[in-house]
Ligand binder design. Structure first.
Ligand code: ATP
Ligand code: MG
Length: 645
């Protein structure tokens, strides 16, 4: 048996228990930043290196391509190369593609649809519905929900009614659009994302020989972010398992943020019921964020209501104290964006790498103004999320140009040359990057395609085009070093040194169409996910400008005591001074800020855990009294930068 003891160093006792648990069902239930993902990568590596399992027999599933790539990298570092770490989609795609000849009677696998919106538009027209781009996207989202929830067009109206959906159109009409959409797809011989997973399920459930091969290949399963699994993905997981139970799942009910796509924490919560002999491990120490960030996260989620609220786990921060989260209000959005860009530039000048900074927003439309502001400030940035990259007009145009170029191949020996030649045909010039703004951004998006071609000089143009379609379908975005611009949804599982949560107004978070109590709770969890992405520096802001023809925007109800400042501002120095003194209270043994341990464990440090002496206790009590005063001050009056070193 190979030595794998080094894998256990750097784990706390609960994490180690999860890592070394014997084969069989295991469920890790824990809050954000407690090391869930770390625990499962170490568990896989430990089992592989100690000879319990072979790396090629493990299938680890996560929710984003980026998380999967990170998991592969971490497994490599831990000496467990060869483990398949994939998204549900990419695992399904790989298996279906492998068995395509067998499954599609000797024909090629149907082409993957890059985006639903166009076909949905067509389907809507056939159903007699006039819609615009937004309507098409809304309908596409609803069809996605139905498919992920395993609801067929004929059953849609009844189920949507029962599930109390808030669909964008009348349910009967949506059912018609859904049915037309499926018909058009079949006629055109294309399949969408959900079909890919359904094809894998069908392959496993209906083809015993295929199932046998896939099941003998994969014997040990791991699912990260299990709180966001949807019925279709669960069915695929069940089909993979085929009655076996060597399955590790990890999740946090407080981070359920995909129910609009049919996901549900039911599977996480009901895991023990489905697997009565499952081991359950709970982690509570937060290793990611400063006690200040952890404190805010706890306070936001402590007000959660509804079914998932009782599953909330209080986090205990382990890291040294850092700056207090900054809350800012601005007159308008461009002003907010300019301030964020300026602060990013400052952080970068101060030594924070650009890739360690993220600006997170609720809806993708918010991205534009930040792109402009960052470009203006000369700060490099990356727009996260393939929906953005591959839906960019210039990228789609470039892909069309490149496809056309296969018919009349441009001169060149190598792929990058051919690609550049073809792109010049649409007016793009290498080495002529515009200075800034939206033009620069468009230029860079196309340049990212050239960079991709440079990474695979031996491929033909046909192969390159195929690769682009595959990436578009699987959301693999070419990476550049820069500040990440991302939606809150696609930021899950990730972490940055500095995180900017922007546009935190009523109507944006919670988003305007979150009308039911459940929908509002999901928005609260989304903020919780956002806050817990920050290791050190956290910024929350919004702009109070009136929306066109509307009232002044109000701060999000989720912000701590979110009444916007109506009273005269409190003396800045006084507030800052108080907070400073508070944060100076840290454990003499381990140095951890004690803010977090105060409520429950007064008298003991929650981190190391050593007893606190009289003097420290006195200061903590003093702090609580002072905090009571500070809290009476509306939070948006505290505009001063409070440094808490
Ligand atoms: P999320 O809920 O956001 O997905 P998570 O529970 O998966 O979070 P990880 O990403 O695994 O958390 O870990 C958060 C951070 O804490 C990472 O930087 C990780 O390396 C670090 N970490 C985890 N466990 C430990 C530990 N025992 N000692 C030191 N650092 C740790
Ligand atoms: Mg994680």
């Amino acid at each position: 048996m190979a030595d794998s003891s080094d894998i256990l160093t750097g784990l706390d006792p609960e994490q180690a228990a999860a890592v070394t648990a014997p084969a069989g069902p295991l469920c890790i239930l824990a809050g954000a930043g407690t090391g869930k993902t770390r625990a499962i990568t170490h568990r896989i590596a430990h089992r592989v290196r100690s000879g319990q399992v072979r790396s090629q027999h493990v299938l680890a599933v996560t929710f984003t391509a980026r998380a999967a790539a990170e998991m592969r990298a971490r497994l490599g570092q831990l000496g467990a190369d060869g483990v398949q770490a994939r998204t549900f989609h990419s695992a399904a795609l790989r298996q279906v593609r492998y068995f395509a000849q067998r499954l599609f009677d000797g024909r090629e696998m149907p082409e993957l649809l890059e985006s639903k919106a166009r076909l949905v538009g067509l389907a809507a027209t056939r159903a007699g519905l006039k819609i615009d781009g937004t309507g098409a996207r809304d309908l596409a989202g609803e069809i996605e929900w139905a498919k992920a929830s395993l609801v067929e067009p004929d059953d849609y109206a009844a189920v949507a009614g029962k599930a109390m959906r808030e669909p964008p159109f009348e349910v009967g009409r949506i059912a018609q659009v859904y049915a037309h959409y499926e018909r058009i797809k079949r006629a055109q011989g294309v399949i969408d994302f959900e079909d890919m997973i359904r094809a894998a399920i069908w392959a496993l459930e209906e083809h015993a020989d295929v199932a046998e091969q896939i099941r003998s290949q994969y014997r040990h399963f791991v699912v990260d972010e299990y709180q966001d699994v949807n019925p279709m993905q669960q069915r695929l997981l069940d089909a993979w398992l085929g009655g076996r139970d060597d399955l590790t799942v990890v999740g946090d009910a407080s981070q359920t943020i995909y129910s609009f796509t049919g996901a549900s924490a039911t599977y996480l919560v009901g895991f023990k019921r489905r697997h009565p002999d499952a081991r359950v491990v709970r982690l509570i120490r937060d290793y990611r964020s400063t006690p200040q960030v952890v404190g805010l996260a706890n306070s936001v989620i402590s007000r959660a209501r509804g079914d998932l609220a009782r599953l909330r786990l209080e986090l205990v921060g382990q890291r040294p104290a850092g700056p207090e989260p900054a809350t800012r209000v601005f007159a308008d959005e461009p002003g907010e964006a300019a301030a964020v860009a300026a602060r990013c530039a400052e952080l970068i000048a101060g030594g924070t790498p650009a890739r360690e900074i993220a600006v997170l927003f609720r809806i993708n439309a918010q991205s534009e103004v930040y792109q402009e502001a960052l470009a203006e400030a000369g700060v490099p940035y990356v727009v996260h999320g393939a929906d953005r990259f591959f839906e960019r007009a210039e990228v789609r145009q470039a892909m069309i140009v490149l496809r056309a170029a296969t018919r009349t191949p441009p001169a060149g020996e190598t792929l990058p040359e051919v690609v550049v030649q073809a792109l010049e045909g649409m007016g793009w010039r290498p080495g002529e990057a515009p200075a800034g703004g939206a033009l620069r951004e468009r230029w860079e998006a196309v340049a990212a395609l050239v960079a991709l071609a440079e990474g695979m000089p031996d491929r033909t143009l046909e192969e390159f085009n195929e690769e682009l379609s595959r990436r578009a379908a699987l959301q693999h975005v070419p990476t550049v070093d820069g500040v990440t611009l991302s939606s809150l949804h696609s930021a899950k599982g990730l972490e940055w040194d500095a995180v900017f949560l922007v546009g935190l107004t009523e109507g944006t978070l919670p988003v305007i169409h979150a009308r039911s109590a459940d929908a509002v709770e999901e928005e609260r969890r989304l903020l919780y996910v956002g806050i817990t992405r920050a290791r050190h520096t956290l910024w929350l802001s919004y702009a109070s400008a009136r929306s066109p023809g509307g009232r002044a925007r109000r701060a999000s109800r989720f912000l701590p005591s979110a009444e916007p400042a109506r009273t005269a501002p409190a003396p800045k120095g006084a507030v800052a001074g108080r907070v400073k003194r508070v944060m100076a209270v840290s454990c003499r043994v381990c140095g951890t800020g004690l803010i977090n341990g105060v409520d429950r464990k007064l008298g003991r440090c929650a981190s190391c855990p050593s007893d606190l002496d009289e003097e420290l206790l006195g200061r903590l009590v003093d702090w609580r009294a002072r905090l009571a005063q500070v809290q009476r001050v509306p939070p948006f009056v505290v505009f001063t930068d409070v440094t808490l070193a």
